[in-house]
Design a protein around this ligand. Structure first.
Ligand SMILES: *[C@@H]1O[C@H](CO)[C@@H](O)[C@H](O)[C@H]1NC(C)=O
Ligand SMILES: *[C@@H]1O[C@H](CO)[C@@H](O)[C@H](O)[C@H]1NC(C)=O
Length: 372
């Protein structure tokens, strides 16, 4: 469980109250049957009702008066945009919006409100219990102990103008397309535990990690003796556990397999987010100055992803292949590996992944020596 229990009790409470209050006030979403609702928003009715209530509680009345729309209508436009990356004519017609240019303002406003909910719904494990819980589940999945989450850069495609050469180049990532990139940490169930930053696509994940809030906290030992799982693009440290680049024996191969297994959770998590919220497949034009709007949309979708998971709403089915994880920036100069970190990783491999070799060659040799 990624969220502290009190938060989810409050959530349930809010939900129950909603159920009661809802009897008298039909929601605009009631016009859709369940199937149409899922088609339009990739979410279910109780989940949408919960989101609408949460937004209503946080939306300033000034904003609503200025736009002359109800919260229902605004949430409807925003959720529809997240699900499809464009606004459906059906929705705009239904709420009586003629100018589609209004939709950018609506999506911007709602995204700001939902992104602001990340304090509550995107929660990094802070208490000893919460940390132990994440670590135990991860160890059950892959056998690596003391892991607080899986760390990765998440790239989202954008359009950038090739006429602005320098800016354009900064948006081109190592896969050769223009993107913005955020830093995401998830748990072994695919709940998002942290989402930070929205940088131009060429930014390396190591650079983001070192300047990120979570990264600095974790590297300063503020979270205790825990690891986060990172891909090849990160430097091995006392808290970032990377795979062994050239595995030399069965133990290391075995460790790398476990690492790949848990790391893959991030790929499926991002894949499921991009299926549910297709706006993340193409976030539109970006200038350097407008990154905060993209950032709000990415954070909003992370909040909604966690809420959808709590309500057990599956994402739309896979169409085609799930995108591979970004391979990570190659280091131009060989990185000096922190010897302490190397020792810690070797100890982990020895303690938890050496059982394989003991039943093979080296084990056999030992027995012979003993016998002699
Ligand atoms: C595997 O290789 C690493 C690196 O060479 C070494 O430190 C470790 O002791 C080896 N483990 C076994 C079980 O041979
Ligand atoms: C990993 O090693 C530690 C330390 O020896 C041990 O306490 C733990 O049970 C091991 N976990 C697994 C899954 O082998």
């Amino acid at each position: 469980m990624a969220f502290a229990l009190p938060v989810w009790l409050a959530v349930q409470d809010e939900l129950l109250r909603h159920g009661e209050a809802d009897c008298g006030t039909p929601s605009r979403f009631d016009d859709f049957d369940d199937e149409a609702l899922f088609q339009m928003f990739h979410l279910t009715r109780p989940c949408i009702a919960f989101i609408t209530d949460a937004v209503r509680a946080r939306m300033k009345t000034v904003t609503l008066d200025k736009l002359g729309l109800s919260v229902d209508a605004m949430v409807m436009v925003a959720l529809n945009y997240y699900a499809h990356g464009v606004s459906s004519a059906v929705i705009l017609q239904r709420i009586g919006l003629r100018q589609t240019d209004c939709t950018a303002i609506i999506v911007g406003t709602v995204s700001g409100v939902i992104a602001g909910m990340s304090d509550q719904f995107v929660s990094f494990p802070l208490t000893p219990d919460a940390k132990a819980n994440v670590a135990v589940k991860t160890e059950e999945l892959c056998g690596i102990p003391s892991v607080l989450g899986v760390l990765a850069p998440a790239h989202f495609k954008i359009r950038a103008s090739p006429y602005e050469k320098n800016t354009f180049r900064s948006f081109v990532n190592t896969l050769g397309y223009t993107s913005v990139v955020s830093q995401i940490i998830c748990d072994s169930d695919g709940n998002i535990l942290s989402v930070e930053k929205c940088c131009m696509g060429s930014t390396s994940e190591q650079e983001m990690w070192e300047s990120s809030f979570r990264g600095r906290e974790i590297e300063k030992d503020l979270h205790g003796p825990f690891w986060v799982i990172g891909g090849k693009g990160y430097h091995l440290s006392k808290h970032v556990l990377t795979p062994v680049s050239e595995p030399a024996n069965d133990s290391e191969i075995c460790f790398n397999k476990a690492h790949a297994k848990i790391h893959d959770v991030m790929r499926t998590t991002l894949g499921s987010m991009k299926r549910r919220f297709r706006c993340l497949m193409q976030l539109g034009f970006a200038q350097e100055a407008s990154l905060s709007k993209k950032s709000n949309i990415i954070k909003a979708c992370s909040v909604l992803h966690n809420i959808a998971k709590k309500f057990s709403v599956p994402p739309p089915p896979v169409a085609g292949k799930i995108e591979a994880l970004h391979p990570g920036k190659q280091h131009s100069a060989p990185v000096e590996i922190d010897p302490e970190a190397l020792k810690a990783r070797q100890k982990l491999i020895e303690d938890n992944f050496s059982f394989v070799s003991s039943s093979q060659d080296s084990g056999g040799n030992n027995i012979t020596e003993d016998n002699v």
